[in-house]
Ligand binder design. Structure first.
Ligand SMILES: *Cc1c(COP(=O)(O)O)cnc(C)c1O
Length: 404
């Protein structure tokens, strides 16, 4: 990773220099978890400090009227334009992904009265499954489970054979958190719609690494994190998208004052605001929304399709190197081999991967572990180098050899 050993793939990578914009990128630490918590951009620290001095410290409560109150919708529009393929007025920032899943799932099932089922796959992220189960219990609905190949994900034929006239809502992840399976979102959305259901996409593992075209795909609802590929920092608030055609009819269950028509009227009862603001509940997390703005503008200047190209190059390299170096040690690929079916991370399985991960963390190599036996390498496109992948996979092999 020193200058004298520039990796040939870094030498020809047009985005190689962006790595220097991230805090800590010059150290020898190997970071394979940018899909769980992105590295901070160097400009974010000064931006946050400036905010404390000038806006919070200087404007004090006037800041709400001057700028902060509309920030969730402003950043939502930027995110929509740069990352989500969403026209303005349909995206807002706030809450956690989990809370937004609850709000949107409740809104969706209420909009399909008489339909009794929520369709979700068994390998979807735990919080998605748990929230869906809670809503099913609360609203007297049934969960219809899709069983999937854990090294792949939900296919059009699996979904077609599950949805029907009872389906109110289909909840899917665009990129599977374990295998990185990249769902065919436009095809799956069309299948849900043919059955008369709404569809809610979880974009946590795609937003900022895989191009998304929510408007073009006809998606109804979407949510996602901002602390993964959007580098918003630990616990930065999530985003939600509600297609404009649903904005006047859907209502969400957490009827807070800041989602009401006129919050400062402080009236006797709740009436939802027009537009996406009706999905807001309480005071926005302004400090938590600062860093993500830096990453959104960086992605805008690079272009999401160039980000995706580098992501594919990184994951393809990790697969070929991983199979040649780790394959002989009994490691098997647990992610799609085809780049068109794969998001921004790669998972390799071996029964000792839990121990391997612990040993690697001790040596400043940071992947994560996902049951059963999965070593997950998240390769955040703008902050990961090919040299880092090579160095890290070499150390995985060493760790595995010494543990086996
Ligand atoms: C990371 C992740 C979440 C996290 O939800 P939080 O409410 O931010 O904890 C949800 N869904 C998916 C698919 C994720 O990958």
């Amino acid at each position: 990773m020193t200058e004298s050993t520039t990796h040939p793939l870094d030498a020809v990578d047009p985005l190689a220099s962006y790595r220097d914009r991230f805090v800590g990128a010059s150290s020898d630490l190997v970071y394979f978890d940018g899909n769980s918590l992105g590295r901070p951009l160097s400009v974010s620290g000064p931006r946050i400090a400036r905010f404390v001095e000038e806006e919070w410290g200087g404007r004090l409560i006037r800041g709400w009227d001057e700028r902060w109150m509309s920030l969730p919708q402003e950043i939502g529009d930027d995110l929509g334009r740069v990352v989500l393929g969403a026209a303005p007025g349909q995206t807002t920032i706030g809450d956690s992904t989990t809370v937004l899943l609850y709000k949107l799932m409740r809104a969706a099932v209420a909009a399909r009265p008489g339909r009794t089922e929520i369709v979700i796959d068994r390998d979807n992220f735990p919080t998605d499954r748990y929230v869906a189960a809670g809503i099913a219990e609360e609203c007297g609905l049934t969960l219809r489970w899709i069983d999937v190949d854990p090294a792949a994900g939900v296919t059009p034929s699996l979904l077609s054979s599950t949805v029907g006239p009872a389906t109110a809502l289909v909840v899917l992840s665009h990129v599977a958190y374990r295998s990185a399976w990249l769902a065919d979102a436009p095809a799956l959305t069309a299948i849900a719609h043919e059955a008369g259901a709404l569809v809610l996409w979880d974009l946590c593992h795609s937003a900022g690494s895989v191009p998304v075209s929510l408007d073009e795909w006809g998606v109804d609802l979407a949510v996602g994190c901002t602390y993964k590929y959007l580098n918003g920092g630990p616990g930065s608030p999530a985003f939600c998208y509600v297609a404009s055609r649903h904005l006047s009819s859907l209502t969400q269950p957490i009827q807070g004052w800041l989602g009401s028509v006129d919050p400062f009227l402080m009236g006797p009862s709740y009436a939802p605001a027009a537009g996406i603001r009706r999905f807001v509940s309480g005071t926005p997390a302004v400090v938590g929304m600062l860093a993500m703005q830096d990453m959104i503008s960086l992605i805008e200047s690079v272009g999401i399709s160039a980000v995706r190209e580098k992501s594919i190059a990184l994951t393809s390299y990790a697969i070929s190197l991983g199979e040649s170096v780790l394959g002989p040690l009994g490691v098997v690929l647990a992610s799609p081999r085809s780049a068109a079916e794969r998001g921004g991370h790669v998972t390799f399985n071996h029964p000792l991967m839990r121990e391997v991960t612990a040993a690697l963390w001790e040596r400043d190599v940071i992947p994560d572990y996902r049951d059963p036996g999965g070593l997950r390498l998240g390769l955040s496109p703008l902050s990961t180098s090919f040299a880092e992948v090579e160095h890290g996979i070499g150390l995985v092999a060493e760790a595995l050899e010494s543990l086996a």
